[in-house]
Design a protein around this ligand. Structure first.
Ligand code: PMP
Length: 362
């Protein structure tokens, strides 16, 4: 049996930093000075209180979260946020604006429509979501309850380069696939949410950063588990939180701080993605699916001249220890997800493989 690590290009759950995995492994049976595994401690214990407080403090430091924002650790994935956002923030008689840039924002719209009035303020669906809308294409509803966007489109490989100007309307962003990959101006958002399992930790915890004044919108009649106000009042401890996922998220956050923070990791991410896009653009054998000004630094999507060659590419890559390159089943093609923890050496190995594959099949 092989036990050495391969290069994992999975879109999520995705590669985690090796030092984090090693620390978790080292401390799994007994946390230092505790004598129990993190998997065994009560969520009401001092030990876990410390883990939770440290994870929150580190997130606040890393993302420079202003004091009037709450950091919540929830369950149900980003998908539950598609429901919780409108349930809590979309009040009777109001309209929520959605910027629809891919499959996940379309799902968010579908859920919001079950709750209240929705207006699609911009969409690039007619162009198969190959780009982010331009500023002049966005038509907002005056006095909208909020504007919802998806900062990085995991399937289509596009990413907002700057935040849309939404004036005074609260901006809600699904940052599931690029959270902590670059600096984020939390103060320009009303609410940010992200499932951890791409760039921040293992599956099982969703981080929600919400501006305090919005908590007043959560109606008392909401089911308790679906109320931001309830989770905030209880410090994410209304019920048993995902203890292990939060512990891991804390380790990843600390690893990022150790790397120099979001500015430093963004520079690495620019360099990694730049190498791949340069290879894609080199001869025309590979074809990037996202328009150049919208290219994601996290999910690099491209096609080969035929589907047969794409199948061959994925198969041959696997033999070379390059795993998870098959594009999302809804769009096909190739997708290289290169989150924070994905090693630059793996990008170099992939570009080398691409050159060799083109030499053989081009
Ligand atoms: N939003 C985005 C941008 C995603 O990439 C995903 C998952 N791939 C989701 C939402 C759904 O996340 P979850 O599986 O945590 O519900």
């Amino acid at each position: 049996m092989k036990s050495e690590r391969i290069y994992n290009f999975s879109a999520g759950p995705a590669v985690l930093p090796l030092p984090v995995l090693e620390q978790a492994q080292r401390d799994l049976v007994s946390l230092p000075d505790v004598g129990m595994s993190i998997l065994e401690v009560s969520h009401r214990s001092k030990v876990f209180e410390g883990v939770l407080a440290r994870a929150e403090a580190d997130i606040r430091e890393l993302a420079n979260v202003p004091a009037n924002y709450r950091v919540l650790f929830l369950q149900g994935g980003a998908s539950l946020q598609f429901t919780m956002v409108p349930m809590n923030l979309l009040q009777e008689g109001m309209t929520a604006d959605y910027l629809v840039t891919g499959a996940w924002s379309s799902k968010a719209v579908d859920e919001a429509r079950k709750i209240g009035n929705v207006h699609v303020a911009a969409t690039t669906k007619a162009e198969q979501f190959t780009r982010i809308p331009r500023a002049e294409e966005i038509v907002l509803t005056p006095g909208a309850a909020y504007v919802h966007m998806t900062s990085n489109n995991t399937i289509f490989g596009t990413e907002w380069k700057t935040l849309p100007d939404v004036g005074d309307i609260p901006l809600v962003s699904d940052t599931s696939s690029d959270m902590f990959s670059r600096p984020i101006d939390v103060g320009r958002h009303a609410l940010i949410y992200a499932g951890a399992q791409k760039n921040m930790g293992p599956a099982g915890v969703t981080v929600v950063i919400i501006r305090e004044d919005l908590l007043a919108r959560s109606a008392a009649s909401l089911p308790v588990m679906l109320s931001y106000a309830v989770h905030a009042e209880n410090g994410s401890m209304f019920n048993t939180p995902p203890v292990f996922a939060i512990y891991m998220l804390g380790l990843v956050t600390r690893w990022l701080i150790g790397k120099g923070g979001l500015g430093a990791i963004a520079a690495v991410n620019e360099r990694k993605a730049g190498k791949l896009y340069t290879e894609i653009d080199r001869t025309g054998f590979y074809r990037g699916t996202a328009q150049k000004d919208s290219r994601s630094l996290m999910n690099v999507t491209f096609r080969l001249p035929s589907e047969e060659l794409e199948k061959q590419f994925v198969k041959d890559a696997e033999k070379d220890g390059l795993d998870g390159l098959k594009g999302h089943r809804s769009v096909g093609g190739i997708r290289a997800s290169i989150y924070n923890a994905f090693p630059e050496a793996g990008v170099d190995t992939l570009t080398g493989f691409m050159k060799e594959f083109e030499r053989r099949h081009g």
